[in-house]
Each structure stands twice: as structure tokens, then as C-alpha cells.
Design a protein around this ligand. Structure first.
Ligand code: OMP
Length: 218
């Protein structure tokens, strides 16, 4: 019987590197920025990796007071939210409803864009992978608001700590605009501290340059 997995920043970074989730190199982002690193949560594609990430999400959720419905945006948020709800139950004895959206409207069967726990009138936490410029999160905020949900928080694996539409980080903008907390398991700072500790100075220098161009003042 496997014992409950303990989440740590260091452990998650090592896991992400070992699975190719976290890569250093040159990557063009959705926002068009050319980044020296990329975090692909889609590669947490085995049971151990997914459940370790979900343990981290569940621990963060336990520290938040307002756990209502958990919601995973299509597509990558869907397995994350399902695994998180399961970890909350197995590891903390907390039973939380969860749901997700589909991207394409279905015109037969149950129809509609939302699947799983109803969100109308509910306090909803969004569980997703990465926030860079905030575009993906804003889209799902619209979907949920239209459905009558009250979004009370966002939980992601990685805060890239990059500027959004102005001088603040995308996450800070979302926190201000919607008046909600955004929590992350890892930040770009965590990744840079890791590189420093591992003496990967070339990678670290590229991260510092990128941060000087697209990062927030911290
Ligand atoms: P924004 O919509 O700009 O916030 O970008 C978030 C999305 O970019 C994520 O949902 C991912 O699809 C993708 N992404 C990553 O998955 N990992 C990264 O390290 C960077 C990005 C990205 O393209 O910015």
C-alpha cells in the first residue's frame, strides 16, 4: 500500500525534470514571448506523477478557507481537477464536488458546455496548469461567470511571474481585477533558486535575462 505522498517544492521540481515536464532551452509561448524554459503539465502522464501533483494541489486547497466546487478548464485542467478532488478525499477526508467544461458545444445528449458538479450560485475554485499572460484564465472566468458561478480562487502548478497587460504580473492583475487569490505550487523564483543550488549557471543566466525583459519588479 503506497503511503501518502508528501509535496515539496524541491520534490516537484525534481519530478518535473525527470518526466520532461520542465525543460530549459528555447520555447515560443502562446503569448509570443520566447522563453528559456517551459513547463508542460501534460507530461505528468503516469499515476505517480499525477498523484504527486494532485497531493500538492490538495494541500494548498486545505490551506484555503473557501473550498466550494473545484473546476478544471478544458483540456489540461480536467485530469488535474479530478485528481485533486480524489486526493482531497483520500488524503484529507474532504469531499468536494468537481466539474469541468468542454470546448465544443454538444447539441445532443446532455448538451451544454459544463460537465460535472453544478456551478450556478456556487463558490468555485479553478484548478489549472500554468499562468503566463493570463489569457486562458480570463477565458474560463467568463465561462464560469456566465454560468452564474462565483469564482473565489485559482490554483495553478506554476506562476511564471511575468507581466500581464501592464506592469503587474498576470497573476497580480487577475487577483486585483476579480478580487480573488491565485495560488501556485511553484514560481519562477523557485526554479531559479533550484538552478542556483545545482550550479546550472548558464540556464540561470538565461532565466535572469528573460525575467529582466518580461518579469515583474520583485
Ligand atoms: P496564458 O494564457 O498566456 O496565461 O498562458 C497559459 C497557457 O500557456 C497554459 O495553459 C499552457 O497551455 C501554456 N504554457 C504552458 O503550458 N507552460 C509554460 O511554461 C508556458 C505556457 C505558455 O504558452 O505561456
Amino acid at each position: 500500500q503506497p503511503s501518502p505522498q508528501k509535496f515539496s517544492v524541491h520534490g516537484l521540481i525534481e519530478l518535473a525534470l525527470s518526466r520532461g515536464v520542465l525543460k530549459f532551452g528555447e520555447f515560443t509561448l502562446k503569448s509570443g514571448r520566447v522563453s528559456p524554459y517551459f513547463f508542460n503539465a501534460g507530461l505528468l502522464n503516469d499515476g505517480e506523477a499525477l498523484s504527486l501533483l494532485a497531493s500538492g494541489y490538495a494541500q494548498k486547497m486545505m490551506a484555503s478557507e473557501d473550498v466550494g466546487v473545484l473546476f478544471g478548464p478544458a483540456y489540461k485542467g480536467i485530469p488535474l481537477v479530478a485528481a485533486t478532488a480524489s486526493a482531497l478525499w483520500h488524503e484529507h477526508g474532504v469531499n468536494v464536488p468537481w466539474g469541468f467544461n468542454r470546448k465544443e458545444v454538444k447539441d445532443h445528449g446532455e448538451g451544454g458546455l459544463l460537465v460535472g458538479a453544478p456551478v450556478a450560485g456556487q463558490r468555485v475554485w479553478i484548478v489549472d496548469d500554468v499562468i503566463t499572460a493570463g489569457t486562458a484564465i480570463r477565458e474560463v472566468m467568463n465561462v464560469l461567470t456566465k454560468a452564474g458561478a462565483k469564482v473565489t480562487g485559482v490554483l495553478v502548478a506554476l506562476d511564471r511571474q511575468e507581466r500581464g497587460q501592464g506592469e503587474l504580473s498576470a497573476i497580480q492583475e487577475i487577483e486585483q481585477q476579480y478580487n480573488i487569490p491565485v495560488q501556485a505550487l511553484l514560481t519562477m523564483t523557485d526554479l531559479m533558486n533550484y538552478l542556483k543550488k545545482e550550479n546550472r549557471l548558464d540556464d540561470l543566466a538565461r532565466m535572469q535575462n528573460y525575467r529582466a525583459e518580461f518579469g515583474i519588479q520583485s
